[in-house]
Design a protein around this ligand. Sequence first.
Ligand code: CDP
Ligand code: MG
Length: 666
Amino acid sequence: MTQFWKPGSEKPRLVDDEEGGILFFSTPTSSSSSSRFGYSSIDKQRQGLPVYKYRNGILYLVENHATTIIVGETGSGKTTQIPQYLNEAGWAEGGRVIACTQPRRLAVQAVASRVAEEMGVKLGEEVGYIIRFEDLTKPGVTKIKFLTDGVLLREMMDDPLLTNYSVIMVDEAHERSLATDILLGLLKKIQRRRPDLRLIISSATIEARTMSSFFDTSGRMHKKAGDEIEPKKEPAILSVEEPIGDILVFLTGQDDIDSAVQLLTEEAQNLKKNSSGLVVLPLYSGLSRGDQDLIFAPTPRGKRKVIVSTNIAETSLTLEGIVYVVDSGFSKQRFYNPISDIENLVVAPISKASARQRAGRAGRVRSGKCYRLYTEEYFVKEMPAEGIPEMQRSNLVSCVIQLKALGIDNILGFDWPASPPPEAMVRALEVLYSLGILDEDAKLTSPIGFQVAEIPLDPMISKMIMSGSLLGCSEEVITVAAILSVQSIWVAVRGVQKEMDEAKLRFAAAEGDHVTFLNVYKGFLQSGKSSQWCYKNFINYHAMKKVLEIREQLKRIAHRLGIALKSCEGDTQVLRKAVTAGFFANACRLEAFSQAGMYKTIRSSQEVYIHPSSVLFRVNPKWVIFHSIVSTDRQYMRNVIAIDPSWLTEAAPQFYQQQGLNKVAY
Ligand code: CDP
Ligand code: MG
């Protein structure tokens, strides 16, 4: 049952035990909420999944067709079962590997450990995974490999025909992530050279038609798993002993999720007594392994789990035992404007397709209910039917460089599942040219272009690293790059803003956030990498550990590229010049005569402000460079550094001559 918010009416209550409902998606399984069984019961559970009925059919199609398209409800067993079926049918014999890609890292880790558990093997042996900066596979041993679509793209650079793989399953294709679309375009090319390669494209919604026409001739629609199952109604009688059902709440990002989790936890403590205990948990990418495990652990008897999630729980992850869904109607989405050349994360309305997926998360096990915090009229009249593929709303700098590195020169003529806007392409080419990564003929430059393509980071960060090595601060730029690769090194705790600000001041550098990061890193090392020290300073210990890991990987890459590690010994000017060499396109100038704290981008005169989380908030140096933009009520610059404008023309002469910066009075 779906309930919309009605204007003027009381907001729906979060939880409603008495009301019955309709089973959204009825599977013949009793898919019990516990996933930690012995083997025989795992076998039984596997055979109860809707996809099991199609096992032979799927294997037949894969055997006989280059491309197979599979559409099935979330939770029907596509991700966890199909790779195992392929393995059982011998597709991983003779040293070949079965790959399954996911757009999200967290999903990669979660499904890999689930499949390892189902097969009764140690994760990292027969079943492994790779995400950026983390490789848990064993060459020659690993048969089923889960990886992000981005990682598979990178593997193509070393092995353009992906010869190690017998079958590649591109999962969650309906998400239409940037990397998925690039991958599909390239796989179509590879197929022509490798008739033995098998492709499976799986999706939770019926966008399959686009896919099947994209992979024309041999594409086959497979029967939707679950189609033949009669949705059955079941009275929702809840006996007192029975678990009352978990709640899944869709919000947009880490910030609002963390504060909702805090609020709910406090509420639950106030309620106490008669109410059953609430276990409130956040779910977003970047969660530590321990927190991830809590999400999948069975709900303790008599308790109720409330999971507050980003749209990661929409289709990528299957959560057992969810009976109630609360859908805010929004998600955080990437939007890129080629005119202003600003890409930012915006909280934006979801599509009807997403809303249906979200509702579908309720009552997989028994009758469920979805509360939509928007009106029915809005749903019917205004909500877009489908989302826009990420390819059409992204900055294409990384995409272009990857294709170039794979030797694809005619990018505009490339066969995409969804064509990107030509303006965005032109912008990307322009930036890459100014970065010295592409030459006049739009080919990768040697060595810079090829080196940058090899570093698994945003090309602007890679350029910063390359320049840092020339300027003599490779140690520092690698640390900065590692820190910029994690979400945030600060911990956000409600109600102690003052203490948090004071802690930050201990590290704050007048030159900006990047230099501040170096101070934190130094302090962390001096403390002996102590978690206590992090706790005391409101620094996220898990994030810092991740930084150490990433830094080690970057050191290895630097070594491979022949970059010698060298420290500038506290000379922040060279460090800031290196940042400028990578990020000159993000330069801004303070508008002296307008509203306090208002900056304009040099490139397109966009109005931007320093984010309150930056150490330069309220300091407002005249010239700054930002790392990224987030939009809420305004466009805020995150991670900001003060620069001297003469460095801009030094770093990218053509770029800034075009912008007429020489004429700008400093
Ligand atoms: O990919 P799809 O959404 O079709 O389903 P799946 O991820 O393969 O999940 C199939 C089933 O495996 C779910 O219905 C769950 O019962 C179970 N599962 C689980 O218990 N724990 C996980 N971490 C993943 C899946
Ligand atoms: Mg799946």
